[in-house]
Design a protein around this ligand. Structure first.
Ligand code: 5GP
Length: 194
């Protein structure tokens, strides 16, 4: 997605430790016009999958999921990072290691909001090693729902998550795939320049 890549090039900030900060338009301040274009692009890419719900994880995924959901006319469910799991059997639970904070979270989704009849589109802001997505995939499986696809805004293609998830046969599409980035020069190279 050309518009997105331009914004990353212009406003992205490459930090040591393979972290890209995009606080100007995605992770702190949110550019709603750009979000609308992202939502439209996910609709173009996954419209034929006819999802019944969009699943994401708090916090950064929520805005992306809500704007995308307006183009699909379906609800959003977001997985919550729990302090302690209430093992009452009312929730699907999994563990996710945060890439940016290096912390393991218990993550939950209430059984009320996902069922075996659901067709799920997962969306999230970043894909790095795939831990967040593997957790969400686990939750979809626990619910017996069908996973129709995964839409990612920014994939860091030099990290392992994208390959692992595509190797599972999942329809994963990313709007910008970064081939390499350099914290010293600030240079970002995309794998599919357009
Ligand atoms: P993964 O679980 O794939 O290793 O990492 C994905 C999650 O970590 C995303 O939900 C995102 O919040 C965060 N993340 C991973 N890499 C980056 C990055 O370079 N920049 C930002 N802002 N978040 C990232």
């Amino acid at each position: 997605m050309k518009l997105l890549k331009e914004r990353i090039r212009r406003e992205g900030n490459v930090k040591p430790g393979n972290v890209l900060k995009v606080d100007m338009f995605l992770n702190h301040q949110i550019d709603v016009e750009l979000m609308n274009e992202i939502g439209k692009e996910f609709k173009r890419l996954f419209g034929d999958k006819k999802p019944t719900k969009i699943l994401t994880i708090e916090a950064s995924g929520i805005a992306i999921a809500c704007i995308t959901a307006q183009y699909f006319n379906v609800p959003v469910v977001f997985a919550k990072k729990a302090q302690s799991i209430n093992l009452d059997g009312d929730s699907y639970t999994t563990k996710i290691e945060s890439f940016t904070h290096k912390k393991v979270y218990d993550v939950i989704v209430s059984k009320k909001y996902l069922s075996r009849d659901d067709r799920i589109l997962i969306v999230d802001d970043f894909l790095a090693n795939g831990c967040a997505l593997l957790g969400l995939i686990d939750i979809v499986k626990s619910a017996g729902a069908s996973l129709e696809g995964i839409g990612i805004v920014i994939e860091k293609g030099f990290q392992s998550g994208g390959k692992a998830i595509r190797d599972m046969g999942i329809d994963l599409k990313s709007l910008a795939i970064i081939e390499s980035m350099n914290a010293e020069t600030g240079e970002v190279v995309f794998s599919d320049e357009d």
